[in-house]
Design a binder for this molecule. Structure first.
Ligand SMILES: Nc1ncnc2c1ncn2[C@@H]1O[C@H](COP(=O)(O)OP(=O)(O)OP(=O)(O)O)[C@@H](O)[C@H]1O
Ligand SMILES: [Mg+2]
Length: 313
């Protein structure tokens, strides 16, 4: 399923003349990807293959590069070296104007949620679909179902800023899954949840993967690592992949220092003090989900039939 033109939104495997027309069948390939911030190598020669519908854990201590790896997938960061292919589409060579289309296929649960604090839980979820121009009744039904799935049926009309950290986290998950993305990236999605709720959310994410979405969960919570029924664990340390574990097999890069014990002993890092979620802080969430998508609606009208020109495969 490499580089197929097909319709994600309308759920058929054929080229589609209606937007959005970038289909991501969700095979994620990293080829020797390096991303530097000054002297820091946030990602260092990362090579990785994740199959469609797989449920993958991305583990590693604070600063290992987990969030950076996610950001390169939805093109918020461009690697300095290497390539990232999503179903054969080279994300690193996408034109800026094509990025919003790519992001329609990717649901993101941000580490700090990035909800609109002055909107209700339902409105936060609603917005993702509203931007796509879906009929209002359908948007409402899907949004309500997504919030029910994360156990928030009784908090739908509460402003996000009045919700607890765990409730906000669940709204963020509902918002990420409501658009039925082909890739779901969840950055510490259980960080604010008690063990029972965390296990419910992991089950939910695993079910999402079971329906064909490729789910990648970044975590440094040993409980998640132990309990999640993942297909693969990818261990990062200081930007490098230091090991991968597939179902029952473990492959550790012998050139790296042993990491397993370190990972086991690692204390969950103190989260940054719970940031006040406000409109002002939503810039990054808006980046893939709102502002650019608003731009995108304009582009949709102009760019319906043809795939973007010059996109590298
Ligand atoms: N925009 C940036 N500018 C400078 N340095 C950055 C930037 N983003 C990330 N880094 C650095 O890159 C490294 C990897 O950061 P990243 O946020 O990807 O780690 P992480 O594994 O997600 O950590 P955590 O578990 O704490 O969330 C860190 O050393 C971080 O300081
Ligand atoms: Mg992070």
């Amino acid at each position: 399923m490499r580089g197929a033109w097909a319709c994600f939104w309308h759920s058929h495997p054929l080229p589609c003349t209606a937007p959005p027309y970038i289909y991501v069948g969700a095979l994620i390939e990293f080829k020797n990807v390096t991303k530097r911030f000054g002297a820091i190598e946030a990602l260092n020669d990362v090579t990785l293959n994740i199959g469609k519908g797989e449920f993958v854990l991305l583990t590693g201590p604070s600063g290992a590069g987990k969030t950076t790896l996610f950001r390169t997938i939805f093109a918020a960061e461009r690697p300095d070296e290497g390539e990232i292919l999503l179903s054969g589409w080279n994300v690193t060579k996408l034109r800026r104007g094509s990025i919003p289309y790519l992001r329609r296929n990717i649901g993101v649960v941000f580490q700090d949620f990035k909800l609109l604090g002055n909107r209700t839980a339902l409105q936060n979820v609603f917005l993702t679909l509203e931007i796509r121009g879906m009929p209002a009744r359908q948007i409402r039904e899907r949004s309500v179902a997504a919030l029910e799935a994360v156990g928030l049926s009784d908090r739908m009309d509460t402003r996000a800023s009045f919700l607890s950290g765990g409730e906000q986290q669940r709204v963020a998950i509902a918002r990420a899954v409501v658009g039925a993305p082909s890739i779901l990236l969840a950055d510490e999605p259980t960080g604010n949840l008690d063990p029972v709720l965390a296990s419910d959310i992991l089950r939910l994410l695993s079910e999402v993967a079971g329906k064909g979405t490729t789910v990648v969960v970044a975590t440094h919570d040993p409980l998640v690592v132990q309990t999640a029924a993942s297909d693969m664990e990818v261990m990062l340390d200081r930007g490098k992949v230091v090991g991968t574990r597939r179902a029952n097999a473990v492959e550790v890069d012998a050139s790296q220092e042993p990491r397993n014990e370190e990972l086991q002993n690692e204390e969950p890092e103190a989260e940054e003090s719970e940031a006040e979620v406000s409109e002002a802080e939503v810039s990054e969430a808006e980046e893939p989900q709102a502002e650019e998508l608003r731009d995108e609606e304009t582009q949709d009208e102009a760019a319906v039939e043809e795939p973007p020109e010059g996109e590298a495969k």
